[in-house]
Design a protein around this ligand. Structure first.
Ligand code: SDX
Length: 452
C-alpha cells in the first residue's frame, strides 16, 4: 500500500535470477478481466513477453463489443446479442456499432437512405469477375474485388479525413451484398443482379442472390427476417482473427478497402469464418447418427487432425449466445419452409452427445456461431461455398467499426509484434563450391514442416 493508503493497483515483476523487480500498472475496463499494462516493459526492462495466438494478450482497448466467455455473454455497445437479434434489425445494429448508440427514427431513416444509395458497383469493377474461373471459390472473388474498390473510390481513401472515413464505411456496408451476389451469379453464368432501393438490406440480399430476371421473385418475410438476424449474429465479435487482421492492416495507414479485403482473407480459414462451410462437410461425412460416436472419438485423438467443426471457441467456455439464437432461428426457418432436414436432426444429436462427453465437458467445448448457421443457409438455398461470404457481409460493419475506432485511439501505433528467435546464431558465409560438404543436407519436406 502506498503512503496515501490508496489501493496500489499495480503488479510487481521479479527476475528471480538477478533479484531485480519492476512495478507494472494494472488496467481495468468498465467490464471484464484486470490487465497488466506491459507497454513500458521492453523500454524499462529489455524484456519481451511471449504469447503465440494472443491467448493472454489484449491488443487494444475498445468500446464496441464485450464478451464474457465463462458466462456466455455478448454485448454490442452494452446491448445483449439476444435483445438485438430479437428487437432490432441489421441496419440498427450497423448504426449502433459504427456510432455507439441505437439510432433515433430520423437517424435510422437517414442512415438507411445513405446505405441504399451506395449499393451499386462500378461497371468496370464488374469486369473483374470475368478474370476468374466460373469455378472460383466466391471468397477468392470477394478478396480480389473488395481490395480493388480502392482503385475506384479515391474520394474515400484519405484515412485522416473523417468524412472520407464515413463514406468508405457506408460504401463497404452497402456494396458487400452486391459484390457477394454477383460472385454467386457469376458462378452460375447468370446475369449480374441489380440492387433495389425499395427493399430492406436483407430483402435486397435475397433478391440479388435468388431472383431470376425472367420471372417475378417473391420474398418470404420469414426468410428476410432470418437473413437479417443471421447478419446481426455475425456483425461483430471483439478482437477475433479477422478483426485483428483489419486492425493490424489499418495500423500501417492502409486504405479501408485494402483493410477489409485483408479481413475477408483471414475470415476464410476453416478455424474461423470458414467453419460454417466445414460444419456442413463434416455432417455430410458423418452421414448418420450411428457414426457420431466414431467422429467424437476422432475429435479427441491427438494424432488425428479432425476437429468437431462448429465446436469450441477461444473465448467462450460456455454456450455461444449466438448459437442459441441461431438454433431457434434454424427451427423457425425449417418449419416455415416445411423442410425436414436430416442434417439438422444429425446436428442436434451430435450436439447432445458431444455436450455429454467427458472430453468436451473437460475442455469446455460448446457449439459456436458456425454450428447451426450453415444448416439455416442451406435451407434458404445458399450454396455451401457462399456461407462464409454471408459471414463476411455481416462482419463488414464490425471490421470497419474497429478500423474507425483504431484510427482515433491515441494509444494505437503501427502493430509490430516481436518474436522468440530460435534460428541459427551468426555464422560465416560458405562459397557455392564448398556447400553440401559441411552442413547436414536439408530435404524439401523438412523445409516445409514435414520434418517437425
Ligand atoms: C469463429 O474468435 C472469434 O470470436 C471467432 C468467431 C467470430 O465471431 O469472429 O466467434 C467465429 O471463428 C468461431 C470458431 C469457428 N471454428 C470452428 O468451429 C473450428 C473448430 N474449433 C476449433 O478449431 C477451436 O475450437 C478454435 C479454433 C475455435 C479455438 O481454438 P483455440 O482457442 O486455439 O483452442 P485450442 O485449439 O487451444 O483448444 C483447446 C483444447 C485443445 O486440446 P488440448 O491441446 O488442450 O489437449 O480443446 C481442443 C484442442 O484440441 N479443441 C477441440 C476443438 N476445439 C478445441 N477438440 C475437438 N474439436 C474441437 N472443435
Amino acid at each position: 500500500m502506498n503512503p496515501e493508503n490508496e489501493a496500489d493497483d499495480s503488479f510487481t515483476l521479479t527476475d528471480n535470477g538477478t533479484g531485480e523487480s519492476w512495478k507494472l500498472p494494472a488496467r481495468t475496463g468498465t467490464m471484464g478481466n484486470r490487465l497488466v499494462d506491459i507497454k513500458s516493459l521492453y523500454g524499462t526492462t529489455g524484456l519481451l513477453t511471449y504469447d503465440p495466438g494472443f491467448t493472454s494478450t489484449a491488443s487494444c482497448k475498445s468500446d464496441i463489443t464485450f464478451i464474457d466467455g465463462e458466462k456466455g455473454i455478448l454485448l454490442h455497445r452494452g446491448y445483449s446479442i439476444a435483445d438485438l437479434a430479437e428487437k432490432s434489425d441489421f441496419m440498427e445494429v450497423c448504426y449502433l456499432l459504427l456510432y455507439g448508440e441505437l439510432p433515433t427514427p430520423e437517424e435510422k431513416n437517414s442512415f438507411n437512405t445513405d446505405i441504399k444509395h451506395h449499393t451499386l458497383i462500378h461497371e468496370q469493377l464488374a469486369r473483374f469477375y470475368s478474370g476468374f474461373m466460373r469455378s472460383a471459390h466466391p471468397m477468392a472473388i470477394m478478396v480480389g474485388v473488395v481490395g480493388a474498390l480502392s482503385a475506384f473510390y479515391h474520394d474515400s481513401t484519405d484515412i485522416t479525413d473523417i468524412e472520407q472515413r464515413r463514406l468508405a464505411a457506408h460504401r463497404l456496408i452497402a456494396k458487400m451484398p452486391t459484390i457477394g451476389a454477383c460472385a454467386y451469379k457469376y458462378s452460375l453464368g447468370l446475369p449480374f443482379p441489380t440492387p433495389r432501393n425499395n427493399l430492406s438490406y436483407a430483402e435486397n440480399l435475397l433478391q440479388m442472390m435468388f431472383s431470376n430476371p425472367a420471372e417475378d421473385y417473391e420474398i418470404l418475410p420469414a426468410l428476410s427476417r432470418a437473413v437479417d438476424r443471421l447478419l446481426i449474429l455475425h456483425a461483430d465479435h471483439e478482437q477475433n482473427a479477422s478483426t485483428s487482421t483489419v486492425r493490424l492492416a489499418g495500423s500501417s495507414g492502409a486504405n479501408p478497402y485494402a483493410c477489409i479485403a485483408s479481413g475477408i482473407a483471414s475470415l476464410w480459414g476453416p478455424a474461423h469464418g470458414g467453419a460454417n462451410e466445414a460444419v456442413l462437410k463434416m455432417l455430410e461425412e458423418i452421414g448418420s447418427v450411428d457414426r457420431i460416436r466414431k467422429y467424437i472419438a476422432k475429435a479427441q485423438d491427438k494424432k488425428d487432425p479432425f476437429r468437431l467443426m462448429g465446436f469450441g471457441h477461444r473465448v467462450y467456455k460456455n454456450y455461444d449466445p449466438r448459437a442459441t439464437v441461431m438454433r431457434k432461428s434454424c427451427h423457425e426457418v425449417l418449419s416455415t419452409l416445411g423442410i425436414q432436414d436430416p442434417q439438422l436432426e444429425l446436428a442436434m444429436r451430435l450436439e447432445e452427445i458431444a455436450l455429454n462427453d467427458d472430453y468436451f465437458i473437460e475442455k469446455k467445448l460448446y457449439p459456436n456461431v458456425d454450428f447451426y448457421s450453415g444448416i439455416i443457409m442451406k435451407a434458404m438455398g445458399f450454396p455451401t461455398s457462399m456461407f462464409t461470404v454471408m459471414f463476411a457481409i455481416g462482419r463488414t460493419v464490425g471490421w470497419i467499426s474497429h478500423w474507425k475506432e483504431m484510427l482515433v485511439d491515441d494509444e494505437q501505433k503501427i502493430g509490430r509484434p516481436r518474436q522468440l528467435y530460435s534460428g541459427k546464431k551468426q555464422r560465416r558465409h560458405i562459397s557455392l563450391d564448398r556447400r553440401g560438404h559441411t552442413e547436414k543436407k536439408i530435404s524439401w519436406s523438412w523445409l516445409w514442416g514435414g520434418g517437425r
